[in-house]
Every structure is written in C-alpha cells, then in structure tokens.
Design a protein around this ligand. Structure first.
Ligand code: C5P
Length: 301
C-alpha cells in the first residue's frame, strides 16, 4: 500500500555525548557545558498528520510507551504548543513509537520534541534552522537544538550553542541502559565540581583512531555523581570496559545509559551479546554513531 502523503514521518535518533565537560555556571543558573554530541542510527519514530477539525490526538506505542509522561509534562505536546503560532493550522494526529528508554541520557524526550519540530516545519514549508524555530527549540530544553540537527556537534553554553563537526567518522558502539532512570536536574544539583578543564581542540584529521585518542583524554563530568546516585551505572561501565575490543566505556548525558566504542561492527555485536547475557534486564543495542550525514533518515529500531 502506498504511504499516505499527508503523513509526515520523522525519526528521533538517540543522542550520545561522547564527551561532556562542565566548565562553569551560566548567569541564568544553568551549567556551562562543552560537549561533543553525536547521533545513533536507532531512535524513536514520530508520525504527524493534519486532522480537519477538533483537538489534537497524541498516541504512544512501542516498548517504552508506558514510561512516557502524559499531559503537559510531555515534551512533544509542549513542542506542539510552542510551534502552534509558527507552523500549525488546525488539529494534529501525532503518533510516537517509543523505542528508546526514557530519562536515560540519550535525548529521549528532546529528540522526540525535535522530530516534532522538523515534521511541523516540513508541513509548513519552514526552515527549522532559521527565524524563530531555533529559539523555540532552545526554550524547550538544552538538548533540543542539537537534536534538531541530529548530526555531530560541539555544543557550548547550556548546550544550545552549536558548532557542527564536519568529517566525523562513523563509530561502532554498544548502548547499555542498566534500567534505572536519573533526573538531569538532580545530577546537576548534586555536582561537586563545576569548574573543570575545557575540551581540547578536536584533531584536524578525524580518523577513528585520532578521535578515539582525543576521547580518551576527555571525560563525562557527570559520571561520578551519577554513579554516587546509582551504583548500576558503575557496574555497566565496568562490564562494558571489560568486553573484548572495547576502546572506550563512558556514560552519556546525565545517565544512566552508558556506551562502549569498538573497532568494528563484529566486535560491537559480540560485546552486545556478552552484555545482554551479563544482565538480561538491561537494554542493550548495537548502533553506529556519528558519520558525516544526519542520522535523521535512519529507520527506527
Ligand atoms: O534544559 P533541560 O530541561 O534539559 O534541563 C533540565 C535541568 O538540568 C535544568 O532545569 C537544570 O537544572 C539542569 N541543567 C543545568 N545545566 C545545563 C543543562 C541542564 O543545570 N547546561
């Protein structure tokens, strides 16, 4: 059956902070960050279509649908409200397929909100990177602007100042969520050190080896605090780090998802099998991270 042309489908790729340095405090109370964020070829899936009359409809399906907040707290619904004056006429039928664990440091709600913004911009013929749209994205959350781009970026400020990173290599990775949710605000509030060293300059030649060497000297400054709150993060990192061929094990965002980087897809697949065996309750996925092209076209998985 042919796809309905009125239905706009966007993927919401998982975001991974390969490095995340906390380098001070902004005047607005947010923490000043320097982070290298990339996107995965796995994510949630959002379908949007106009409905002739009546109120918006919002339905959520998929393996993590039960964990999606309902009502005004939902970032997709907040994004609809914020975009209404810019790009929406009439009601909307919105379907979210939730494949990514929530409250887990991989973008989740931010990626869904960004996908909704891209869908509405496509519907209205608007460029999502000009005019008032980037401001709406930043207002919705610190990670929404980078998720709107869904391609490798260096982000500064509270996360909304973006510098796209060209020629970033594709990296084979395993994502592991140890089944515990961490609230970003709680992690930032409990931080002990807020003035850490900045990121080094990225290597000019961005081969996988050069990037891995650079990453080895970088950090996630939220990791120790997350481990203090949830020992499961330490266990995940320790087990990822012990898999054969693991080049780097680190937490993404404010946790609790952690990732391992590998030299190739076969190594990542083997590690994912071992990690899934280590704890059958964990969410474990092999993904490709980065790459030169936006990951938005990637199929949801
Ligand atoms: O921007 P977002 O809604 O994702 O942030 C959630 C919370 O995390 C903020 O309310 C703030 O407490 C904290 N945060 C921070 N500094 C940042 C980003 C988030 O303190 N750069």
């Amino acid at each position: 059956m042919a796809a309905d042309p009125a239905v706009i489908v966007e993927t919401a790729p998982a975001k991974v902070n390969l490095a995340l340095h906390v380098v001070g405090r902004e005047a607005n109370g947010f923490h000043a960050l320097e982070t290298l964020a990339v996107f995965a070829d796995a994510g949630d899936r959002l379908s949007v279509s106009p409905i002739a009359e009546g109120a918006d409809r919002f339905t959520v399906q998929g393996p993590f649908s039960q964990d999606v907040p309902a009502g005004a707290d939902n970032l997709v619904l907040k994004a609809v409200a914020a975009m209404r004056r810019l790009a929406v006429r009439g009601g909307l039928d919105i379907e979210l397929e939730k494949h990514l664990p929530v409250a887990s440091g991989i973008g989740g709600g931010s990626a869904d909100a960004a996908a909704l913004i891209r869908a509405l911009c496509r519907m209205a013929g608007l460029n999502p990177f000009t005019g008032r749209v980037p401001g709406v994205a930043a207002w919705l959350g610190s990670d929404v602007p980078m998720c709107l781009r869904s391609q490798p970026v260096l982000a500064r400020g509270r996360g909304e100042q973006l510098e796209p990173v060209d020629d970033f290599p594709a990296l084979d990775a395993v994502l592991v969520n140890p089944g515990v949710g961490l609230r970003t605000a709680d992690i930032f509030a409990a931080l002990q050190n807020r003035d850490n060293a900045r990121l080094d300059r990225l290597p000019d030649r961005r081969t996988p080896d050069a990037v891995l060497d650079w990453l080895a000297a970088a950090r996630n400054d939220l990791e120790a605090t997350a481990i203090g709150m949830e020992p499961a993060v330490a266990r995940a990192l320790w087990l990822i780090g012990g898999t054969e061929g693991c080049r780097l094990a680190r937490m993404t965002g404010a946790g609790s998802t952690c990732f391992g980087l590998y030299a190739g897809a076969a190594e990542a697949e083997a590690a994912a099998r071992d990690l899934a065996d280590a704890d059958p309750a964990w969410w474990v996925r092999t993904v490709r991270l980065g790459g030169a092209e936006p990951q938005r076209a990637a199929a949801a998985s």
